[in-house]
Design a protein around this ligand. Structure first.
Ligand SMILES: Nc1nc2c(ncn2[C@@H]2O[C@H](COP(=O)(O)OP(=O)(O)O)[C@@H](O)[C@H]2O)c(=O)[nH]1
Ligand SMILES: [Mg+2]
Length: 336
């Protein structure tokens, strides 16, 4: 067995009402408004930022620190410009930026490799403050990969909401690699279930690639290793496609395109040239080189793109019957 991968991820930021609730839920397993997650993220601390006092009060029942109220506490009034100013002018902005360093120090982490930021785009706080936070973090942590996860609205929230959300996504993409997670796409055909259940399902789907990635990063069974410079190379500022498969066996990687993936946003095919990070957690008896070898062809078939490079992180999960494949694909273009 080779050495343990050392990708250190001290915090998960959540920005906006929805974003801060998702971040808190991802870590604690339960969150405000009946939000629940089955596979929680371990050994990572949520940092929640919202412009609504009511949000912070609700969050304080689930997480006991790193809660930041920005603005006057009355929300951002569906105005991204207000959300943006509330963040930029907030006296604790420096403190917010320093959170990864502070938590890393407390945990005895030697480096900071990855800083994920979930923000809900469409209204005010997430849309305005999210991209600015990404910009601050990218500047302040040049040796870490800063990764945005931007939710896009449900269809019933209206076209103006979508427009605002895409603007926020575009702005975020200027500063950091950002995964679009489309609520309307992710809810799919689960429209007839209880609303809380449906929302939890969407949140589970959003967190799946992140959970799998972080699990592989800290796995003691890694066969190949990646480090933060690899992350930064693949994850450049711009949109990043996140795709996730759960396969019955590792050999099914050769048939990847025949299996359904839980992709976070609809794929527009024909990207040109893309680079990808592939995280493979092989269940059962493990992975053969033949399965890994099939990956580029499968990927180019799925995306109809030329694959210029794939950095792979291979681990095994002998306790699991399934094999999990997560792809983070950079160099793609915005699809809207
Ligand atoms: N996926 C997901 N989206 C959410 C959740 N809660 C709110 N949203 C979405 O987040 C978007 C922005 O809303 P909100 O966070 O309340 O706005 P803000 O506080 O002004 O940033 C809307 O499209 C909501 O549908 C959640 O738990 N999960
Ligand atoms: Mg709000």
């Amino acid at each position: 067995m080779m050495s343990r991968p050392v990708i250190a991820v001290p915090v998960l930021y959540g920005v906006g009402s929805g974003g801060s609730r998702i971040a808190a839920t991802a870590v604690t397993g339960v969150g405000p408004g009946g939000r629940r997650i089955l596979q929680r993220l371990e050994n990572i601390e949520p940092v929640c930022i919202s412009s609504s006092k009511a949000d912070i009060e609700a969050l304080s029942k689930h997480v006991d620190r790193h809660l930041f109220l920005i603005g006057d506490g009355t929300g951002s009034g569906m105005d991204p410009e207000k959300g943006r100013r509330d963040y930029l002018e907030h006296p604790a902005r420096r403190e917010i930026i320093e959170m990864p360093r502070k938590v890393a120090e407390e945990k005895g982490m030697e480096r900071i490799d990855l800083i994920p930021v979930i923000f809900t785009a469409g209204y005010g706080c997430g849309s305005g403050a999210g991209p600015e936070l990404l910009s601050d973090l990218a500047k302040n942590y040049p040796n870490a990969a800063v990764l945005g996860i931007c939710t896009l609205p449900f269809s019933w929230e209206g076209p103006e909401t979508s427009k605002r959300a895409f603007k926020a996504l575009e702005r975020a993409c200027k500063h950091a690699p950002t995964i679009p997670a489309s609520n309307s796409y992710l809810i799919g055909d689960s429209l007839d279930m209880d609303f809380i259940k449906a929302l939890n399902l969407v949140n589970e789907r959003i967190l799946k690639p992140l959970t799998a990635t972080l699990r592989a990063f800290t796995s003691a069974r890694a066969i190949t290793v990646i480090d933060s410079s690899d992350l930064r190379r693949v994850l450049k500022p711009g949109p990043v496609l996140a795709m996730h498969w759960s396969l019955p066996s590792p050999s099914e990687i050769a048939n990847l395109s025949a299996h359904n993936s839980s992709t976070l946003a609809p794929i527009q095919k024909g990207f040109g040239k893309v680079s990808s990070l592939a995280i493979i957690e092989a269940g059962g008896r493990g992975l053969t080189p033949a399965a890994a070898e099939a990956l580029p062809e499968q990927l180019s078939h799925i995306l109809q793109a030329r694959i210029s490079e794939i950095k792979t992180l291979l681990t095994t999960r002998p306790e699991s019957e399934k094999t999990y494949v997560t792809l983070l694909i950079g160099g793609v273009k915005l699809y809207a």
